[in-house]
Unconditional design. Sequence first.
Length: 155
Amino acid sequence: MADREHRYQVTVEWTGNKGKGTETYRAYERKFTVAAAGKADIAGSSDPAFLGDAARWNPEEMLLASTSACHKLWYLHLCAEAGISVESYHDQAEGTMLEAKQGRFTQIVLKPQITLRAGDDIELAKALHHQAHEQCFIANSLNFPVLCEPQIKHA
């Protein structure tokens, strides 16, 4: 199969100019809007630790959410192919970022809680997380570990 290229486009617009631009570090808000054609806008800001608005999504949360969502979508796909019926999937993902001279994420831990149809193979369902990780476009693009600690039960 030939490689296929996919392109994505979003607009990120800073909306935090309080009248003096970035004249000083505290003179502006960190608010921004993420937009894409045909989709609801996402209200963003920096993390409150960096003078951001806690009511808005910050880039670190968006990275964590993207990683969790990509893994979940691959996992659901692989389960469907394997004849395993996932009845619920709830992930409480956690990311660790080190603030240093060059801050960076050091790891993400996915913690999905999954309920399967009664009688489905729990061991196969656990093994499919490894395959989902190998297929996840986001995890494959990151330069730090993405771990998965699933808890799986029957309905």
